[in-house]
Design a protein around this ligand. Sequence first.
Ligand SMILES: NC(=O)C1=CN([C@@H]2O[C@H](COP(=O)(O)OP(=O)(O)OC[C@H]3O[C@@H](n4cnc5c(N)ncnc54)[C@H](O)[C@@H]3O)[C@@H](O)[C@H]2O)C=CC1
Ligand SMILES: NCC(=O)COP(=O)(O)O
Length: 347
Amino acid sequence: MEPTRAAVPPQASAVTIAVTTGEPAGVGPELTLKALADAASRWPQARFVVLGDQPLLAARAGAGGGLAGEPALAALAASGQIAFAHRPLAVPCAPGRLDPANGRYVLDLLDHAIDGALAGAYDAIVTAPLQKSTINDAGVPFTGHTEYLAERTGTARVVMMLAGTGAHPLRVALATTHLPLSAVSAALSRPMLVETLRIIDADLRRDFGLPRPAILVTGLNPHAGENGYLGREEIDVIEPALAEAQALGIDARGPYPADTLFQPRFLDGADCVLAMFHDQGLPVLKYATFGEGINITLGLPIIRTSVDHGTALDLAGTGRADAGSMIAALDTAVTMAVHRAAARRAG
Ligand SMILES: NC(=O)C1=CN([C@@H]2O[C@H](COP(=O)(O)OP(=O)(O)OC[C@H]3O[C@@H](n4cnc5c(N)ncnc54)[C@H](O)[C@@H]3O)[C@@H](O)[C@H]2O)C=CC1
Ligand SMILES: NCC(=O)COP(=O)(O)O
């Protein structure tokens, strides 16, 4: 697969990126600061707005050593590239200790970023990880950023795609996201798969410069159903969807058995794998790319990237969490925003 990070045109226009710092008890706040210290210097054309509770960010700034407290935030802001938009916590927060009282705070950060992006104030949003359970414990039904972004932007269908950015430029998109496994088969339909393939094809062309993305599609069942002896979803749903997508000019191939698809001789020359469910595709991707992978929501009217990991409560406040994925998410958001701005200018 071709690398996800595209080159940025030399005369790139300025872009503004909102960063939500996520679950306050997790690693999001400290990784945001660490990653921005790295990314801002490499992206002189970018401005970053960090959304979060300022005292919390100041407290986490020193995690693992280095400059701490308000002086650390002031040092980051000194270049003029990084601004802090204070959004207050509901209650004080200790690293690693979840408190449902702050569940709505996490959503407030997200709402502010989404509203700003829809209004044109932000060219992209980058989300640090949140704890899905805490938001539910706060009384708000919540399955993930992906579904929330779809709902808040009025988008009928979005696609979660994770991508490696370093030595393993694998991309894995998901037909279903945060669903119990028992609900996956019923959620798959021909129109839904065709729309999923259409979104992957369109966004890989527009944002990644791939002229005709080759998409490899997994089956659902072991051995892709073994000619119907191990399940019929391949015959009844996936194959008809592939035929319809191919008739639309989409280079979609399959269905392939998921257990044998992820090897170089199949992946070389392909641009994306479409897996049928979360834990069919993501374990492979994370095994190959953890620490440098990113999560992109395709099909939205706004750009959203994120990390490939969760809140890592066991590492929060220690400074030991790896900022590689957050750096990659920032890099990708900037390059996507710059390319979209250039495409808009070109008409
Ligand atoms: N984008 C998002 O908001 C995401 C949120 N989550 C949420 O995070 C919460 C915790 O999920 P888990 O399954 O425990 O996964 P996790 O990714 O938080 O942790 C899994 C393991 O990986 C380690 N790890 C995670 N990030 C790391 C980093 N940056 N550097 C070094 N080690 C790291 C952790 O210490 C832990 O041992 C859940 O509520 C989940 O829903 C999970 C994935 C993405
Ligand atoms: N495993 C990826 C994941 O759960 C990310 O979810 P989201 O919060 O980005 O929708």
